[in-house]
Each structure stands twice: as structure tokens, then as C-alpha cells.
Design a binder for this molecule. Structure first.
Ligand code: SF4
Length: 391
């Protein structure tokens, strides 16, 4: 077998494993990875996984129920106008799929997400149920101090829950493992930007998402294998427009939607699972680790519609994504009933109207099962972009 064929086979093995992990239940007490005493669920967008990791609680990103979950219980607890990820998360709790969690942490990113904590506390009193109050405004002088106090509170809660003390040294060790993970994820995105035919958006998504169910150290091994294989792939570059995809910061677009986009475009940057990639540089491994995480949240971080930062305006960070990835166009999406996402989508579209950058607006829902119409829209969009470039 040639090197490229071997690489293709290796990448397929890794991606199939990642897809199995995506569909798998959360690890129960009998199948916890070595060194972990429980699992801690966290809702999008950002959660400082290092603190749970150091406490021996496997951080498990709770990313909704996808398009195969039937809602039988959640509708009795939530309005039908609430976004799908909140309703399916409640359903996963109520149908027992998340009963093995030691705790569940959500964030005040919007009213719907904030109220999940109350639903959790009332229905699952045996689990730690908390809101991690990340600040709405990170531009005040006290922001880092405030976040550090909140992370310290989280550390104490998790110590109580796991019965394991989180000393600075173990927290620094976890930060080091996650720094490796951040570097590898940056390499994945750099590869997609530089040679997008070597790794599709769907493949990169599956690789990133695998961290939601496994220790970061195991994920690091997977990412290294995938990167080595993808770099050796022998695939020709195709005539496809380069686009950025935005709107996937919280509720997850169905895999079939990402595949439809990949069929027509090269997605050279996106905000999918941005919470798992929130810290954009290494977190300092010396000094106070809680302060280092808090400072990184403010000073070395990405952008999303649920975090207000005057240094990263809605239009500004989209334009920076387009510029740095040399994209020709943008796909502006929002999850149905997602107020922060829809708000951002309007601002993005209005801004792009004043530029010569083309865009396509799409709405999605995690439970979507029909993609024919969307595929047709994407095909038309991609063709119009190629004609515009050729003209
Ligand atoms: S998808 Fe939007 S509305 Fe729903 S929890 Fe996330 S940010 Fe809130």
C-alpha cells in the first residue's frame, strides 16, 4: 500500500471511532477512564474543563440530542418556543440518559440555558447542579478577579463532589494537557485553512467533538494520529469556493448539514464547538493556575454571540475570520429560536450588505432530518460564487 492509502485508512479508522463516540452514551461508573471518579456535564458555550479534569471528574460536553431523539418528557417542562438543544438536553436528563452524571453545569448565556439549572436541580437532586456565572462584560477592570473567584468557587464545589482536593500542581498538570490539545486543534484549523481538501469541515467537527466524551490526554493522541494521516492524504484540490461558517456556537447543526456544505464548499474557518476551542493560546503553566485560566478567558479567547467584548464586535470578528482564512464568502446560520444567534445573524448580514462579500443565510435545528432543499440552496450559492470569480 502507498503511504497515502495507508494514511487514508488510518484517518478513516480515527473518524469512525470519533463518530461512534459522538453517538455513544456517557461513560457510566463501570466504564470511566482510569483516574476519573465521575463525569461532569457542561452545557455550551465555554467551560473551564481543566478544573473538572484536575478534580477527577471527566468533563462531558452536553451537546443536545441530535436528530434521532424523540421528545417524550421535556415538552411538559419547557415551552415549545425554546430552542431544541435546551429541550433535548432536558429530555436526555428525564429519560435517564444523563443519570450517571455527577453534576451538570450551565451558564447564563441566555434565559433558556440559565433556567436549565433550575430544572436540573428540581428533577435530579442527586447531581450537583450549578450555574457558572461567566461575566456578560469582560471589559471592566475587575473582570479577571471576578472570573477567578467564580472558578475558585467551582473548584471548591467539584472538590466536595469528587472528594478529591485540587491542588495547584494538579491543576497546572491539567492545564498543560489542555494546552497540548489547544495546539493540536489549532493545527487542525490551520490545515483546513491552508489545504482544505485534506480535511473537511465534517471531519474536523467529528475530531473536535470527540473531546466531549474522553479525557483530553486520550483526545490528544487521536488528534495527532488524525493530523499525521490527513497531512499525507493524496486528494486533489477541487474547484470549490472558500467559505466561513458561523452560527454553530451552541446548538449543533446536524452532521448531514455539514456534509451538504462540504459537498459544495471548502469551509476554511467556523465557530463550531467554539467553547471547546475558546482559549486561543496556551494558558500560562506557571503561577496561580486559577488566575491563569481567568486571565486567558479575557485575554486569549475567541468570540461568540453570547459573550460581549467591545474588542470583538459582531461584525469585527466575522470579518477577521474571513480575512485570516482568505474566504470568498460566508454562510450565516442560526439555530431556530436562538435569540443570541438570530440577533448576530442579522448584524452579520447587514454588515456584509455593505461589502462585496457574498453570503448565504440558513436556519437549522438539531432535530432536522430533511436536507434536500438546503443542499439545493448550497449548490446554487456555490455555483454563483464560482461564476462570480470566473467572470
Ligand atoms: S441555542 Fe441559543 S437560545 Fe439555545 S441555549 Fe444556546 S444560546 Fe441559548
Amino acid at each position: 500500500m502507498t503511504t497515502a492509502t495507508t494514511a487514508e485508512a488510518e484517518l478513516n479508522v480515527v473518524l469512525e471511532y470519533c463518530n461512534d463516540v459522538r453517538m455513544a452514551p456517557i461513560p457510566d461508573a463501570g466504564s470511566l477512564p482510569e483516574g476519573f471518579a465521575g463525569t461532569l456535564g457542561h452545557f455550551p458555550v465555554y467551560f473551564p474543563e481543566e478544573v473538572a479534569h484536575a478534580a477527577g471528574l471527566l468533563p462531558v460536553a452536553v451537546l443536545g440530542g441530535g436528530n434521532r431523539l424523540e421528545l417524550k418528557h421535556a415538552d411538559a417542562r419547557m415551552g415549545s418556543f425554546v430552542c431544541s438543544i435546551c429541550r433535548s438536553t432536558a429530555e436526555l436528563g428525564l429519560n435517564g440518559s444523563l443519570q450517571g452524571l455527577s453534576g451538570f453545569i450551565t451558564h447564563p448565556i441566555c434565559d433558556a440555558a440559565k433556567h436549565l439549572a433550575g430544572i436540573w436541580a428540581r428533577n435530579f437532586p442527586e447531581q450537583l447542579s450549578q450555574i457558572l456565572y461567566l461575566p456578560q462584560n469582560v471589559n471592566t477592570p475587575g473582570a479577571v478577579r471576578y472570573i477567578a473567584a467564580e472558578f475558585q468557587r467551582l473548584r471548591s464545589e467539584l472538590e466536595k463532589k469528587s472528594g478529591r482536593s485540587v491542588d495547584d500542581e494538579s491543576l497546572r498538570r491539567s492545564i498543560g494537557i489542555y494546552n497540548d490539545n489547544r495546539r493540536l486543534l489549532r493545527e487542525i484549523y490551520a490545515l483546513r485553512r491552508d489545504e482544505p481538501w485534506k480535511l473537511s469541515c465534517t471531519e474536523s467537527y467529528l475530531l473536535t467533538r470527540a473531546r466531549s466524551r474522553m479525557p483530553a490526554e486520550e483526545h490528544n493522541g487521536l488528534l495527532k494520529r488524525a493530523l499525521d494521516a490527513a497531512r499525507q492524504r493524496n486528494l486533489p484540490a477541487q474547484d470549490k469556493p472558500r467559505v466561513v461558517f458561523v452560527g454553530g456556537f451552541c446548538e449543533q447543526p446536524p452532521i448531514e448539514m455539514l456534509e451538504a456544505i462540504d459537498s459544495n464548499c471548502y469551509v476554511v474557518d467556523d465557530d463550531l464547538l467554539i467553547g471547546l476551542r475558546w482559549l486561543t493560546q496556551d494558558v500560562p503553566e506557571a503561577g496561580d493556575p486559577i488566575w491563569a485560566l481567568a486571565e486567558s478567558f479575557v485575554e486569549r479567547s475567541a468570540a461568540s454571540p453570547v459573550q460581549h467584548d467591545e474588542r470583538k464586535t459582531k461584525e469585527g470578528y466575522l470579518m477577521e475570520m474571513i480575512r485570516s482564512s482568505k474566504a470568498d464568502a460566508a454562510i450565516l446560520t442560526a439555530a431556530k429560536f436562538c435569540e443570541p444567534g438570530l440577533d448576530e445573524q442579522i448584524a452579520w448580514a447587514k454588515h456584509l450588505d455593505n461589502t462585496d462579500i457574498q453570503y448565504l443565510v440558513l436556519e437549522f435545528e438539531e432535530k432536522m432530518t430533511s436536507f434536500e432543499q438546503m443542499a439545493m440552496q448550497l449548490e446554487t450559492f456555490a455555483e454563483s460564487l464560482l461564476f462570480a470569480v470566473a467572470a
